[in-house]
Ligand binder design. Structure first.
Ligand SMILES: O=C(O)[C@H](O)COP(=O)(O)O
Length: 407
Protein backbone atom coordinates (compact mmCIF):
# COMPACT_ATOMS: atom_id res chain seq x y z
CA UNK A 1 0.00 0.00 0.00
CA UNK A 2 1.28 3.46 -0.85
CA UNK A 3 -0.07 6.88 -1.79
CA UNK A 4 2.15 7.51 -4.77
CA UNK A 5 0.77 9.68 -7.60
CA UNK A 6 1.73 9.49 -11.25
CA UNK A 7 1.19 11.93 -14.19
CA UNK A 8 -2.43 10.84 -14.16
CA UNK A 9 -4.44 10.75 -10.91
CA UNK A 10 -4.33 7.50 -8.94
CA UNK A 11 -7.30 6.70 -6.68
CA UNK A 12 -6.11 4.28 -4.00
CA UNK A 13 -8.43 2.12 -1.97
CA UNK A 14 -7.50 3.13 1.57
CA UNK A 15 -11.02 2.79 2.91
CA UNK A 16 -13.46 3.31 0.04
CA UNK A 17 -17.07 2.86 1.13
CA UNK A 18 -18.78 1.20 -1.84
CA UNK A 19 -22.26 1.81 -0.40
CA UNK A 20 -21.54 5.51 -0.49
CA UNK A 21 -20.44 5.23 -4.13
CA UNK A 22 -23.62 3.35 -5.02
CA UNK A 23 -25.83 5.92 -3.29
CA UNK A 24 -24.18 8.84 -5.10
CA UNK A 25 -24.32 7.16 -8.52
CA UNK A 26 -28.01 6.39 -7.94
CA UNK A 27 -28.68 9.99 -6.84
CA UNK A 28 -27.22 11.29 -10.11
CA UNK A 29 -28.98 8.73 -12.29
CA UNK A 30 -31.33 11.24 -13.93
CA UNK A 31 -28.67 13.84 -14.74
CA UNK A 32 -25.74 11.51 -15.39
CA UNK A 33 -27.13 8.06 -16.27
CA UNK A 34 -24.60 5.24 -16.35
CA UNK A 35 -24.41 2.16 -18.53
CA UNK A 36 -22.34 -1.01 -18.19
CA UNK A 37 -21.00 -3.02 -21.15
CA UNK A 38 -19.98 -6.67 -20.74
CA UNK A 39 -18.68 -8.14 -24.03
CA UNK A 40 -19.11 -11.92 -24.03
CA UNK A 41 -18.43 -15.00 -26.08
CA UNK A 42 -21.24 -17.56 -26.14
CA UNK A 43 -18.95 -20.03 -24.32
CA UNK A 44 -18.98 -17.75 -21.29
CA UNK A 45 -22.74 -18.06 -20.80
CA UNK A 46 -23.43 -20.22 -17.76
CA UNK A 47 -19.78 -20.35 -16.76
CA UNK A 48 -19.44 -19.65 -13.08
CA UNK A 49 -17.88 -16.15 -13.41
CA UNK A 50 -20.74 -14.82 -15.54
CA UNK A 51 -23.36 -16.36 -13.24
CA UNK A 52 -21.74 -14.65 -10.30
CA UNK A 53 -21.57 -11.34 -12.21
CA UNK A 54 -25.33 -11.50 -12.87
CA UNK A 55 -26.07 -12.34 -9.20
CA UNK A 56 -23.95 -9.43 -8.00
CA UNK A 57 -25.48 -6.98 -10.49
CA UNK A 58 -28.97 -8.04 -9.37
CA UNK A 59 -28.08 -6.86 -5.88
CA UNK A 60 -26.47 -3.60 -7.02
CA UNK A 61 -28.57 -0.81 -8.44
CA UNK A 62 -25.80 1.22 -10.02
CA UNK A 63 -26.52 1.41 -13.74
CA UNK A 64 -29.58 2.27 -15.81
CA UNK A 65 -28.77 -0.19 -18.54
CA UNK A 66 -26.47 -3.14 -19.19
CA UNK A 67 -25.42 -3.87 -22.77
CA UNK A 68 -24.08 -7.30 -23.64
CA UNK A 69 -22.48 -7.50 -27.09
CA UNK A 70 -22.12 -11.20 -27.88
CA UNK A 71 -20.60 -13.47 -30.52
CA UNK A 72 -22.71 -16.62 -31.06
CA UNK A 73 -22.60 -19.18 -33.87
CA UNK A 74 -26.32 -19.89 -34.30
CA UNK A 75 -29.80 -19.06 -33.05
CA UNK A 76 -29.78 -21.88 -30.44
CA UNK A 77 -26.75 -20.28 -28.83
CA UNK A 78 -28.38 -16.87 -29.07
CA UNK A 79 -31.60 -18.19 -27.49
CA UNK A 80 -29.71 -19.88 -24.66
CA UNK A 81 -27.82 -16.67 -23.93
CA UNK A 82 -31.01 -14.57 -24.02
CA UNK A 83 -32.67 -16.97 -21.57
CA UNK A 84 -29.66 -16.81 -19.31
CA UNK A 85 -29.79 -13.00 -19.24
CA UNK A 86 -33.54 -13.00 -18.60
CA UNK A 87 -32.50 -13.46 -14.92
CA UNK A 88 -30.76 -10.10 -15.02
CA UNK A 89 -33.10 -7.60 -13.37
CA UNK A 90 -31.55 -4.37 -14.71
CA UNK A 91 -32.79 -3.14 -18.08
CA UNK A 92 -30.47 -4.87 -20.56
CA UNK A 93 -29.84 -5.36 -24.24
CA UNK A 94 -28.16 -8.38 -25.82
CA UNK A 95 -26.58 -7.50 -29.18
CA UNK A 96 -25.92 -10.50 -31.39
CA UNK A 97 -22.89 -8.91 -33.06
CA UNK A 98 -22.25 -11.64 -35.64
CA UNK A 99 -25.94 -12.40 -36.14
CA UNK A 100 -27.62 -11.79 -39.51
CA UNK A 101 -29.38 -8.54 -38.64
CA UNK A 102 -26.32 -6.72 -37.27
CA UNK A 103 -24.13 -8.15 -40.03
CA UNK A 104 -26.57 -6.86 -42.69
CA UNK A 105 -26.22 -3.37 -41.25
CA UNK A 106 -22.41 -3.68 -41.35
CA UNK A 107 -22.55 -4.99 -44.94
CA UNK A 108 -24.67 -2.03 -46.01
CA UNK A 109 -22.14 0.41 -44.55
CA UNK A 110 -19.69 -0.83 -47.17
CA UNK A 111 -21.73 0.87 -49.87
CA UNK A 112 -20.76 4.30 -48.52
CA UNK A 113 -17.08 3.40 -48.11
CA UNK A 114 -17.28 2.46 -44.46
CA UNK A 115 -16.01 -1.08 -44.74
CA UNK A 116 -15.99 -2.75 -41.32
CA UNK A 117 -16.61 -6.24 -42.66
CA UNK A 118 -13.03 -7.33 -41.90
CA UNK A 119 -13.37 -6.53 -38.18
CA UNK A 120 -14.28 -9.36 -35.77
CA UNK A 121 -13.92 -10.00 -32.07
CA UNK A 122 -14.00 -8.15 -28.77
CA UNK A 123 -12.85 -4.79 -30.18
CA UNK A 124 -15.58 -4.73 -32.83
CA UNK A 125 -18.25 -5.91 -30.36
CA UNK A 126 -17.17 -3.30 -27.81
CA UNK A 127 -17.28 -0.62 -30.53
CA UNK A 128 -20.89 -1.51 -31.43
CA UNK A 129 -21.91 -1.47 -27.77
CA UNK A 130 -20.14 1.85 -27.05
CA UNK A 131 -22.14 3.48 -29.83
CA UNK A 132 -25.45 2.09 -28.54
CA UNK A 133 -24.58 2.97 -24.92
CA UNK A 134 -23.84 6.57 -25.86
CA UNK A 135 -27.50 7.04 -26.89
CA UNK A 136 -28.84 7.17 -23.35
CA UNK A 137 -25.94 7.50 -20.95
CA UNK A 138 -23.48 10.04 -19.65
CA UNK A 139 -20.97 7.47 -18.34
CA UNK A 140 -20.09 4.05 -19.74
CA UNK A 141 -18.16 1.34 -17.89
CA UNK A 142 -16.84 -1.82 -19.53
CA UNK A 143 -15.47 -5.01 -18.01
CA UNK A 144 -14.78 -8.59 -19.02
CA UNK A 145 -17.12 -11.54 -18.39
CA UNK A 146 -14.56 -13.97 -16.95
CA UNK A 147 -13.72 -12.21 -13.66
CA UNK A 148 -13.70 -14.91 -10.97
CA UNK A 149 -13.74 -12.65 -7.90
CA UNK A 150 -16.37 -10.17 -9.08
CA UNK A 151 -17.98 -7.72 -6.65
CA UNK A 152 -20.10 -4.62 -7.18
CA UNK A 153 -17.03 -2.56 -6.24
CA UNK A 154 -15.76 -3.05 -9.82
CA UNK A 155 -18.50 -1.12 -11.71
CA UNK A 156 -18.98 1.31 -8.81
CA UNK A 157 -15.31 2.27 -8.54
CA UNK A 158 -15.07 2.61 -12.32
CA UNK A 159 -18.10 4.85 -12.68
CA UNK A 160 -17.85 7.06 -9.60
CA UNK A 161 -15.00 9.40 -10.71
CA UNK A 162 -16.83 9.99 -14.01
CA UNK A 163 -20.33 10.50 -12.64
CA UNK A 164 -19.47 12.58 -9.57
CA UNK A 165 -19.44 16.24 -10.58
CA UNK A 166 -16.83 17.09 -7.94
CA UNK A 167 -14.35 14.80 -9.65
CA UNK A 168 -15.55 15.02 -13.25
CA UNK A 169 -13.00 12.70 -14.88
CA UNK A 170 -13.40 11.74 -18.53
CA UNK A 171 -11.63 8.39 -18.31
CA UNK A 172 -10.93 5.96 -15.49
CA UNK A 173 -8.94 2.75 -15.78
CA UNK A 174 -8.93 -0.05 -13.22
CA UNK A 175 -5.69 -1.46 -11.82
CA UNK A 176 -5.15 -4.41 -9.54
CA UNK A 177 -2.85 -7.13 -8.35
CA UNK A 178 -3.48 -10.22 -10.45
CA UNK A 179 -2.76 -12.47 -7.51
CA UNK A 180 -4.96 -15.39 -6.46
CA UNK A 181 -4.70 -15.46 -2.68
CA UNK A 182 -6.42 -18.88 -2.36
CA UNK A 183 -4.14 -20.59 -4.85
CA UNK A 184 -1.19 -18.39 -3.90
CA UNK A 185 -0.37 -17.62 -7.52
CA UNK A 186 0.78 -14.51 -9.40
CA UNK A 187 -0.71 -13.99 -12.89
CA UNK A 188 -0.86 -11.09 -15.34
CA UNK A 189 1.78 -12.83 -17.45
CA UNK A 190 1.48 -10.56 -20.50
CA UNK A 191 1.53 -7.38 -18.42
CA UNK A 192 4.38 -8.43 -16.12
CA UNK A 193 6.54 -10.29 -18.62
CA UNK A 194 5.83 -8.45 -21.85
CA UNK A 195 4.25 -5.01 -21.51
CA UNK A 196 6.24 -3.75 -18.56
CA UNK A 197 9.71 -4.76 -19.85
CA UNK A 198 8.73 -3.62 -23.34
CA UNK A 199 7.65 -0.17 -22.10
CA UNK A 200 10.87 0.16 -20.09
CA UNK A 201 12.87 -0.78 -23.19
CA UNK A 202 11.01 1.58 -25.52
CA UNK A 203 11.37 4.38 -23.01
CA UNK A 204 15.15 3.93 -22.90
CA UNK A 205 15.47 3.25 -26.61
CA UNK A 206 13.48 6.30 -27.70
CA UNK A 207 14.71 8.49 -24.81
CA UNK A 208 12.65 11.71 -24.88
CA UNK A 209 11.33 11.16 -28.37
CA UNK A 210 7.91 10.01 -27.34
CA UNK A 211 6.05 11.73 -24.50
CA UNK A 212 3.24 9.27 -24.83
CA UNK A 213 5.44 6.56 -23.29
CA UNK A 214 5.66 8.55 -20.03
CA UNK A 215 1.89 8.63 -20.02
CA UNK A 216 1.68 4.87 -20.66
CA UNK A 217 4.13 4.19 -17.85
CA UNK A 218 1.93 6.05 -15.39
CA UNK A 219 -0.79 3.38 -15.68
CA UNK A 220 -0.32 0.62 -13.15
CA UNK A 221 -2.04 -2.05 -15.26
CA UNK A 222 -1.95 -0.99 -18.90
CA UNK A 223 -3.79 -4.12 -19.99
CA UNK A 224 -6.74 -4.06 -17.63
CA UNK A 225 -9.97 -4.59 -19.56
CA UNK A 226 -11.89 -2.64 -16.89
CA UNK A 227 -12.46 1.04 -17.60
CA UNK A 228 -15.10 3.78 -17.73
CA UNK A 229 -15.45 6.97 -19.75
CA UNK A 230 -17.93 9.64 -20.76
CA UNK A 231 -20.17 8.96 -23.76
CA UNK A 232 -18.69 12.00 -25.41
CA UNK A 233 -15.18 10.53 -25.24
CA UNK A 234 -16.48 7.13 -26.43
CA UNK A 235 -17.83 8.78 -29.58
CA UNK A 236 -14.52 10.47 -30.37
CA UNK A 237 -11.96 7.68 -30.17
CA UNK A 238 -10.69 5.06 -32.59
CA UNK A 239 -10.11 1.70 -30.98
CA UNK A 240 -8.20 -1.30 -32.31
CA UNK A 241 -10.25 -4.38 -33.18
CA UNK A 242 -7.59 -6.87 -32.06
CA UNK A 243 -5.72 -7.60 -28.79
CA UNK A 244 -4.24 -4.12 -29.03
CA UNK A 245 -7.61 -2.81 -27.74
CA UNK A 246 -6.50 -1.74 -24.25
CA UNK A 247 -3.20 -0.16 -25.33
CA UNK A 248 -4.75 1.49 -28.41
CA UNK A 249 -7.59 2.85 -26.30
CA UNK A 250 -5.12 4.52 -23.90
CA UNK A 251 -3.37 6.16 -26.86
CA UNK A 252 -6.71 7.53 -28.06
CA UNK A 253 -7.54 8.86 -24.59
CA UNK A 254 -4.12 10.59 -24.60
CA UNK A 255 -5.06 12.39 -27.81
CA UNK A 256 -8.54 13.37 -26.68
CA UNK A 257 -8.34 14.21 -22.96
CA UNK A 258 -5.91 16.14 -20.80
CA UNK A 259 -4.00 14.30 -18.04
CA UNK A 260 -6.05 16.23 -15.50
CA UNK A 261 -9.17 14.38 -16.57
CA UNK A 262 -7.67 10.89 -16.65
CA UNK A 263 -7.43 8.65 -13.59
CA UNK A 264 -6.87 5.07 -12.51
CA UNK A 265 -8.55 3.31 -9.60
CA UNK A 266 -7.44 0.50 -7.34
CA UNK A 267 -9.71 -2.52 -7.85
CA UNK A 268 -7.86 -4.67 -5.29
CA UNK A 269 -7.13 -8.27 -6.23
CA UNK A 270 -8.29 -9.73 -9.52
CA UNK A 271 -8.35 -13.12 -11.16
CA UNK A 272 -9.88 -14.42 -14.37
CA UNK A 273 -9.76 -17.35 -16.81
CA UNK A 274 -6.22 -17.93 -18.06
CA UNK A 275 -5.27 -18.42 -21.70
CA UNK A 276 -2.60 -20.83 -22.89
CA UNK A 277 0.74 -19.45 -24.09
CA UNK A 278 0.22 -20.72 -27.67
CA UNK A 279 2.90 -22.17 -29.90
CA UNK A 280 3.48 -19.15 -32.15
CA UNK A 281 2.37 -15.62 -33.12
CA UNK A 282 -1.06 -16.90 -34.16
CA UNK A 283 -2.22 -18.41 -30.85
CA UNK A 284 -3.06 -17.67 -27.21
CA UNK A 285 -0.88 -15.21 -25.28
CA UNK A 286 1.59 -15.09 -28.20
CA UNK A 287 -1.15 -13.72 -30.45
CA UNK A 288 -2.03 -11.21 -27.75
CA UNK A 289 1.58 -10.04 -27.37
CA UNK A 290 2.04 -9.79 -31.16
CA UNK A 291 -1.05 -7.58 -31.51
CA UNK A 292 0.02 -5.43 -28.56
CA UNK A 293 3.52 -5.03 -30.02
CA UNK A 294 2.25 -3.91 -33.42
CA UNK A 295 -0.07 -1.42 -31.67
CA UNK A 296 2.96 0.01 -29.81
CA UNK A 297 4.87 0.27 -33.10
CA UNK A 298 1.98 2.16 -34.67
CA UNK A 299 1.82 4.51 -31.67
CA UNK A 300 5.59 5.17 -31.93
CA UNK A 301 5.28 5.86 -35.64
CA UNK A 302 2.44 8.30 -34.98
CA UNK A 303 4.00 10.08 -32.03
CA UNK A 304 7.78 10.14 -32.48
CA UNK A 305 10.39 10.93 -35.09
CA UNK A 306 12.16 7.58 -34.67
CA UNK A 307 11.66 5.40 -37.75
CA UNK A 308 10.84 1.73 -37.17
CA UNK A 309 13.71 -0.17 -38.81
CA UNK A 310 15.10 -3.72 -38.65
CA UNK A 311 17.99 -2.48 -36.49
CA UNK A 312 15.62 -0.76 -34.03
CA UNK A 313 13.54 -3.95 -33.84
CA UNK A 314 16.67 -6.02 -33.21
CA UNK A 315 17.77 -3.70 -30.44
CA UNK A 316 14.27 -3.71 -28.85
CA UNK A 317 14.21 -7.50 -28.91
CA UNK A 318 17.61 -7.90 -27.23
CA UNK A 319 16.98 -5.22 -24.61
CA UNK A 320 13.43 -6.42 -23.92
CA UNK A 321 14.73 -9.92 -23.19
CA UNK A 322 17.34 -8.67 -20.75
CA UNK A 323 14.84 -6.38 -19.02
CA UNK A 324 12.30 -9.23 -18.82
CA UNK A 325 14.88 -11.46 -17.14
CA UNK A 326 15.75 -8.69 -14.66
CA UNK A 327 12.08 -8.25 -13.80
CA UNK A 328 11.64 -12.00 -13.20
CA UNK A 329 14.19 -11.73 -10.39
CA UNK A 330 12.12 -8.92 -8.84
CA UNK A 331 8.84 -10.85 -9.17
CA UNK A 332 10.56 -13.87 -7.66
CA UNK A 333 11.65 -11.85 -4.64
CA UNK A 334 8.13 -10.50 -4.17
CA UNK A 335 6.60 -13.98 -4.56
CA UNK A 336 9.05 -15.61 -2.14
CA UNK A 337 8.49 -12.93 0.47
CA UNK A 338 4.71 -13.38 0.21
CA UNK A 339 4.78 -17.17 0.12
CA UNK A 340 3.39 -17.35 -3.43
CA UNK A 341 4.08 -20.26 -5.79
CA UNK A 342 6.43 -19.04 -8.49
CA UNK A 343 7.92 -21.06 -11.35
CA UNK A 344 10.99 -19.14 -12.41
CA UNK A 345 11.81 -21.45 -15.31
CA UNK A 346 8.32 -21.12 -16.74
CA UNK A 347 8.53 -17.33 -16.50
CA UNK A 348 11.85 -17.38 -18.44
CA UNK A 349 10.16 -19.55 -21.08
CA UNK A 350 7.47 -16.89 -21.52
CA UNK A 351 10.07 -14.16 -22.02
CA UNK A 352 11.91 -16.32 -24.62
CA UNK A 353 8.67 -16.91 -26.48
CA UNK A 354 7.56 -13.26 -26.32
CA UNK A 355 10.93 -12.10 -27.63
CA UNK A 356 10.41 -14.32 -30.71
CA UNK A 357 6.99 -12.75 -31.14
CA UNK A 358 8.64 -9.29 -31.16
CA UNK A 359 10.73 -10.35 -34.16
CA UNK A 360 7.79 -11.89 -36.02
CA UNK A 361 5.30 -9.14 -35.29
CA UNK A 362 7.95 -6.46 -36.05
CA UNK A 363 8.65 -8.03 -39.46
CA UNK A 364 4.93 -8.10 -40.20
CA UNK A 365 4.69 -4.41 -39.26
CA UNK A 366 7.56 -3.44 -41.57
CA UNK A 367 6.07 -5.51 -44.33
CA UNK A 368 2.58 -4.09 -44.12
CA UNK A 369 1.30 -1.53 -41.62
CA UNK A 370 -2.26 -2.75 -41.47
CA UNK A 371 -4.79 -0.46 -39.90
CA UNK A 372 -6.84 -2.44 -37.38
CA UNK A 373 -8.42 0.72 -35.98
CA UNK A 374 -12.17 1.11 -35.98
CA UNK A 375 -13.46 4.53 -37.04
CA UNK A 376 -14.63 7.21 -34.63
CA UNK A 377 -18.35 7.02 -33.99
CA UNK A 378 -18.71 10.75 -34.72
CA UNK A 379 -17.37 10.18 -38.23
CA UNK A 380 -19.68 7.21 -38.80
CA UNK A 381 -22.68 9.12 -37.46
CA UNK A 382 -22.02 11.99 -39.85
CA UNK A 383 -22.47 9.47 -42.69
CA UNK A 384 -25.26 7.35 -41.11
CA UNK A 385 -26.97 9.47 -38.40
CA UNK A 386 -29.30 6.68 -37.23
CA UNK A 387 -26.76 3.83 -37.13
CA UNK A 388 -27.09 3.37 -33.35
CA UNK A 389 -30.87 3.20 -33.61
CA UNK A 390 -30.53 0.63 -36.42
CA UNK A 391 -28.39 -1.59 -34.16
CA UNK A 392 -30.90 -1.25 -31.29
CA UNK A 393 -33.70 -2.19 -33.65
CA UNK A 394 -31.75 -5.26 -34.85
CA UNK A 395 -31.14 -6.31 -31.23
CA UNK A 396 -34.83 -5.94 -30.39
CA UNK A 397 -35.91 -7.85 -33.49
CA UNK A 398 -33.47 -10.70 -32.69
CA UNK A 399 -34.95 -10.87 -29.20
CA UNK A 400 -38.49 -10.90 -30.56
CA UNK A 401 -37.84 -13.52 -33.23
CA UNK A 402 -35.61 -15.95 -31.34
CA UNK A 403 -36.62 -15.49 -27.75
CA UNK A 404 -40.13 -14.03 -27.80
CA UNK A 405 -38.85 -10.98 -25.89
CA UNK A 406 -38.95 -7.29 -26.46
CA UNK A 407 -36.18 -5.29 -24.72
O1 LIG B 1 -3.13 -9.18 -18.32
C1 LIG B 1 -2.42 -10.09 -18.76
O2 LIG B 1 -1.22 -10.16 -18.55
C2 LIG B 1 -3.05 -11.12 -19.67
O3 LIG B 1 -4.43 -10.87 -19.76
C3 LIG B 1 -2.80 -12.53 -19.18
O4 LIG B 1 -3.25 -12.61 -17.88
P1 LIG B 1 -3.08 -13.91 -16.95
O5 LIG B 1 -1.65 -14.28 -16.83
O6 LIG B 1 -3.65 -13.43 -15.63
O7 LIG B 1 -3.90 -15.01 -17.54
Amino acid sequence: MDFHQEDITTIHDFCIDVNKLEKKIKQLEQKRPACLIIPILYEEVENHPLQQIVEVLNRCDCVKQIIIPMAADNKEQYRKAAQFFSHLKTDHMLIWCNGKRVQNIIDEMKEIDLDLTGFRGKGMDAWLALGVASLNSYAIALHDADIVNYTSAIPLKLLYPIVNRDLNFFFNKGYYARVNLDKKTMHGRVYRLFVQPLMDTLHRELRCDSEILDYFRSFRYTLSGEFAMTSDLALNIRIPADWGLEVGLLAEVYRNATFKRVCQTDLGFYDHKHKKLGKDRTEGLCKMTGDIFSTFLRIITESSTTPISPSLLHSIQVKYKRRGQDLIRKYYTDALFNGLNFNRHEEETYVDMFSKVITKSGEEYLDKTHDMLLPEWTRVLSAIPDLREQICYAAREDAREFNGNVF
